[in-house]
Design a protein around this ligand. Structure first.
Ligand SMILES: [Ca+2]
Ligand SMILES: [Ca+2]
Length: 90
């Protein structure tokens, strides 16, 4: 009986781990989509680069600007955004 309960506990624990992994995946997907949307919304002149000036009105993007701006040149390129998303939400 103990062994059966142990098996059930393992199955339940495995199921929970899958649920957590799915939640995590869903969160990461939503976050990645949100960052892409923020990038597009803030790229006012549509040159595929977001400057600090363009990002100034979006708190989350402004707060993460230095993290995303990998080469620290004061602008976020589309490639830098993709690298940030890959490193942070995958
Ligand atoms: Ca721009
Ligand atoms: Ca940059």
């Amino acid at each position: 009986m103990k062994q059966v309960l142990g098996c059930i506990a393992l199955v339940v624990a495995g199921f929970n781990a899958n649920v957590v992994a799915d939640d995590r995946q869903a969160f990461n997907t939503r976050s990645a989509e949100r960052y892409v949307a923020m990038f597009r919304a803030n790229d006012v002149d549509a040159d595929n680069v977001v400057t600090r000036h363009e990002a100034r009105n979006t708190l989350e993007l402004a707060a993460r600007f230095a993290d995303i701006d990998i080469n620290r040149d004061g602008t976020i390129t589309w490639e830098e955004l993709q690298r940030y998303i890959e490193a942070t939400f995958r």
